[in-house]
Design a protein around this ligand. Structure first.
Ligand code: LRH
Ligand code: MN
Ligand code: MN
Length: 430
């Protein structure tokens, strides 16, 4: 039994308005691609198989440490967040899974939560643990670290929390645990840089030992924040070394915002894949740091280049290549549903463009040291407007041709504003 939040009649009615134009655009693009030997329907079929998870926390307004500006109708608990995620999936048909964060999404009955999600057309993606904040009533503070804390009892508490997350995830049908720790320092000398990593590795190994056979532990690195001088798992180097030490079920997760400005993230992707350690992504965009801006809003070309590396990775498979895709954004000034609809579209477009690269031409140009033609092979694909392909795949799966228009016309947010209680003011969660 499904219980979808947007009227299917409304979607059908709006799609009928745009259907003819979409057919025309799709046919024209099909002809253009055919001239380069590409079958548009084959690309559409690949796009139909693509999906990206949405974060439960992304359904709420984010904020900064200075302020948070809630909107009327914002979700206040996991049930309402799931409902909002169901809107994104119903319209976009590319976000069928939600990634929960604990204890933010704690409930008493996870079997019931899984059924509730299924009735909304959703499943669960990676479970995220949270040892970067203290919770009310918590025994040991994380002020001085969690998995890498000096204090053994604090480390044990962080290990136990991660193991509890695995247990919750089993009930929800997840198979990945994403571990991001904020552990680090703000002053030179505050902690020993080597020994803090030793403590992290020892504690992380205890979490690793609790993983079911078919699970992965995704290690998310981040250069800085909340620690501004040193971070224990600060970069892909620390991440891959930790993953190698932990074992085959440990992989690295690349959050696009967690690097120094201008870092070549697509090369990091290629490196992690080369050593069989590419586990997944948190998509967002960034101008200055971990801004968590909407995916592709600043540098869509970088996103395309990341997907280009993923296509190359598929052609050169390494052990266990199965990256998980998730959006991880902070929506400070937009309606989070609109931002995630827009980002899901951009991410899918970059995926589709990467499929259009003439690999033979690219590899031939690379082999001949023909730099300009190699670059042009990428540029030609990047310049193609793939919107009709994405819309066609979406509508075939029951989604809306124009997702934002359908969302606004549904008046979903104002309906929720009548039903839901208001969110308190204050600083953001991340
Ligand atoms: C840390 C992070 C990590 C957290 C999320 C809330 O900056 O990217 O993924 O779990 O934000
Ligand atoms: Mn992240
Ligand atoms: Mn982040």
């Amino acid at each position: 039994m499904t219980n979808l939040p947007i009227s299917a009649d409304l979607i059908a009615e709006l799609n009928a308005v745009h259907a003819e134009a979409l057919e025309e655009d799709y046919t024209a693009l099909g002809r253009k691609l055919a001239r380069s030997g590409i079958d548009i329907d084959a690309i559409t079929a690949r796009v139909a198989g693509f999906s990206v998870a949405v974060p439960s926390w992304g359904a709420g307004r984010g904020g900064t440490r200075f302020a948070k500006f809630p909107i009327p109708g914002e979700p206040t608990n996991i049930h309402e967040k799931l409902e909002d995620c169901a809107v994104i999936q119903q319209l976009s048909r590319v976000t069928p899974r939600v990634s929960p964060h604990f204890p933010w999404d704690k409930v008493s009955d996870y079997k019931a939560l899984r059924e509730e999600a299924a009735a909304l057309g959703l499943g669960f993606d990676a479970v995220n643990s949270n040892t970067f904040q203290d919770q009310p009533g918590q025994t040991h503070t994380y002020a001085n670290g969690s998995l890498a804390a000096q204090d053994a009892a604090t480390r044990q508490q962080a290990v136990d929390h991660n193991i509890e997350c695995i247990e919750i995830g089993r009930q929800l049908g997840s198979t990945d645990l994403t571990v991001w720790v904020g552990d680090g320092t703000n002053f030179p000398g505050q902690q020993d840089l080597g020994r803090s990593l030793d403590r992290y590795l020892e504690a992380a190994a205890q979490v690793y030992a609790a993983l079911p056979d078919d699970w992965r532990m995704l290690l998310e690195h981040k250069m800085f924040e909340p620690a501004f001088y040193s971070t224990v798992i600060s970069d892909w180097g620390s991440s891959i070394l930790a993953a190698q030490e932990l074992g085959p079920k440990a992989k690295c997760l690349v959050d696009l915002g967690h690097h120094a400005p201008n870092v070549n993230i697509e090369q990091i992707v290629a490196r992690l894949h080369r050593f069989g350690k590419l586990g997944g992504f948190h998509f967002n965009d960034s101008k200055y740091g971990d801004d968590d801006l909407d995916s592709g809003s600043i540098n869509p070309h970088q996103l395309f280049l990341v997907f280009n590396e993923l296509v190359e990775a598929e052609l050169n498979p390494r052990e266990g290549f199965n990256p998980s895709y998730m959006i991880d954004q902070s929506h400070n000034v937009t309606d989070p549903i609109e931002s995630m609809l827009s980002s899901a579209e951009t991410i899918t477009q970059c995926f589709a463009k990467a499929q259009l690269v003439d690999r033979e031409a690219l590899h031939a140009a690379q082999g001949a040291n023909d730099t300009m033609m190699a670059f042009q092979a990428l540029r030609r694909a990047y310049n193609i407007d793939v919107a009709p392909i994405i819309a066609k795949a979406r509508v075939a799966a029951g989604g809306a041709i124009d997702v934002l228009d359908a969302y606004r016309r549904s008046q979903y947010r104002s309906r929720k504003a009548q039903e839901r209680s208001a969110v308190g003011l204050g600083a953001g969660i991340v």
